[in-house]
Ligand binder design. Structure first.
Ligand SMILES: O=C(OCc1ccccc1)c1cn[nH]c1
Length: 247
C-alpha cells in the first residue's frame, strides 16, 4: 500500500518510523511518503492560510497550495487514482469497518487540515478526479488533522498482511467485524496468577476452552453494556437473547 500525507508539519509523522509500522515501511509493505504543503507556496512567508470569507474567527487554508499539492502527489502514478481522506471533526465517523475497507485500497492520500479547515473548494475539485471522504476520529476538535491521520494510518496499516507478527491478535480485536458482533473486549490477564492480592479468574486457568469462551463472551457483554450500550442496540434482539440464555 502507498500512503501519501500532505501536511505543514511533516515532523509530526516521525512516529511512523517506529515499531511495527516502521518495520513494515523498511520491508516495503507500506510506502509512506510525506509532503510539506509549503512546498507549493511561492511567497516569502510560504503562506498557506488567509482570513475566512464571511468573517468570523480564525483562518482558513488557501485552496491554491492544496490544489497544486494534490495535483503533484496524485499526478505521478501512470493513471492510478488514490482515495483522498480528509480528517475533520465534521466528517463521517471513522470506525473499524472503515479501517478494514481502507486497508483494501492500494493508495491512500491524507490531507491534514489546520486552523478552521481547508477551503471547501479543494475537496470539490479533488472529487473531480479521485474518491474523497471526510472522516472524523471522534467528537472533539484538534489543532490539525495530523493526529487523526496518525490514528487512521495505524488502524489501517496494522490490518495489512505481514505488518503484525501474530495475525491472530488482529482477529481477536474488539470491533473486529463478526467478532462477537461488535462487542468490546473484556478484561485480559497474564502471569502471575496472583498479583497484589488479586487472583486471575479461575475459569481462565481451568483449561476448559468452552467455559473460557463463554466467560469471555459474558465479560465482553458486561463491558459493552457498561461502556458502550450504543453498540448493544446494533445487535438484533434474538441474538442478544440467545447470548443471554447461553451465559
Ligand atoms: O480536529 C480534527 O481534525 C483536524 C481539523 C481539521 C479541519 C478543521 C479543524 C480541525 C478531528 C477531530 N476528529 N477527527 C478529526
Amino acid at each position: 500500500m502507498r500512503i501519501d500525507i500532505i501536511t505543514i508539519f511533516p515532523d509530526y509523522f516521525a512516529p511512523l518510523d517506529l515499531s511495527l509500522i516502521g518495520k513494515a515501511r523498511r520491508s516495503g509493505l507500506i510506502d509512506v511518503r510525506l509532503h510539506d504543503l509549503r512546498r507549493w507556496t511561492y511567497d516569502r512567508h510560504h503562506t498557506v492560510d488567509d482570513t475566512p470569507y464571511g468573517g468570523g474567527p480564525g483562518m482558513v487554508m488557501k485552496p491554491e497550495p492544496w490544489g497544486e499539492a494534490l495535483d503533484a502527489v496524485t499526478g505521478d502514478a501512470d493513471g492510478a487514482t488514490p482515495r483522498l481522506v480528509l480528517p475533520t471533526p465534521s466528517g463521517l465517523p471513522f470506525t473499524q469497518q472503515d479501517a478494514v475497507r481502507l486497508a483494501a485500497e492500494p493508495w491512500l492520500v491524507f490531507a491534514c487540515g489546520r486552523y478552521e479547515g481547508i477551503d471547501a473548494r479543494v475537496a470539490v475539485d479533488a472529487a473531480r478526479r479521485m474518491p474523497v471522504e471526510e472522516l472524523s476520529i471522534g467528537d472533539y476538535v484538534l489543532n490539525g488533522g495530523e493526529a487523526a491521520t496518525l490514528v487512521m494510518v495505524e488502524a489501517v496499516s496494522r490490518l495489512l498482511p505481514g505488518v503484525l507478527g501474530n495475525a491472530e491478535s488482529v482477529a481477536q480485536d474488539s470491533f473486529a467485524p463478526g467478532m462477537m458482533d461488535n462487542l468490546v473486549e473484556g478484561p485480559v490477564y497474564t502471569k502471575p496468577a496472583v498479583w497484589r492480592g488479586q487472583e486471575v479468574p479461575p475459569v481462565l486457568l481451568s483449561g476448559h476452552h468452552g467455559a473460557v469462551d463463554r466467560w469471555r463472551r459474558d465479560e465482553a457483554l458486561r463491558k459493552t453494556a457498561r461502556n458502550r450500550p450504543d453498540l448493544l442496540d446494533r445487535l438484533d434482539p434474538d441474538t442478544l437473547d440467545r447470548r443471554d440464555r447461553e451465559v
